[in-house]
Design a protein. Structure first.
Length: 100
C-alpha cells in the first residue's frame, strides 16, 4: 500500500506543478494605451519570443524578451486591436492589446 501512496503523492505533485506553470501568465499594461506597451512576466527561465500581430494576422513586431519587464513604443502604430504573443520552447500565451 505504501508504493501506491507514494505513486499517488508523486502524481499529485506533478499535476500541481503543471497547473502552476499553466496558470503563469504575462501582464500587459496599460491596456488600452496610446504610446507604450509594458509587458511583465511572472518568471523567466529562457529567452522568450515576443510577437505582435494586427487583426489580419500580419506580424508587426518581433523581439526576444530576456528580462521580467519590457516596454514597447507603440506611438507610431495605428489605432486598433493587436494580439501580443509570448512563446518559448514549451508554451505560448496570447493576449489582446488595444492601441488608442
Amino acid at each position: 500500500m505504501a508504493l501506491l501512496d507514494d505513486t499517488t503523492s508523486t502524481l499529485s505533485k506533478i499535476v500541481m506543478q503543471y497547473n502552476a506553470i499553466q496558470d503563469e501568465d504575462f501582464v500587459i499594461s496599460p491596456n488600452p494605451s496610446k504610446d507604450k506597451l509594458n509587458i511583465k512576466l511572472p518568471s523567466i527561465g529562457e529567452d522568450l519570443k515576443l510577437e505582435v500581430f494586427d487583426v489580419l494576422g500580419k506580424r508587426i513586431y518581433k523581439s526576444l524578451i530576456t528580462k521580467l519587464e519590457s516596454s514597447i513604443n507603440v506611438s507610431d502604430w495605428k489605432s486598433g486591436v493587436y494580439l501580443v504573443r509570448i512563446s518559448g520552447d514549451k508554451t505560448t500565451k496570447t493576449k489582446r492589446f488595444i492601441k488608442q
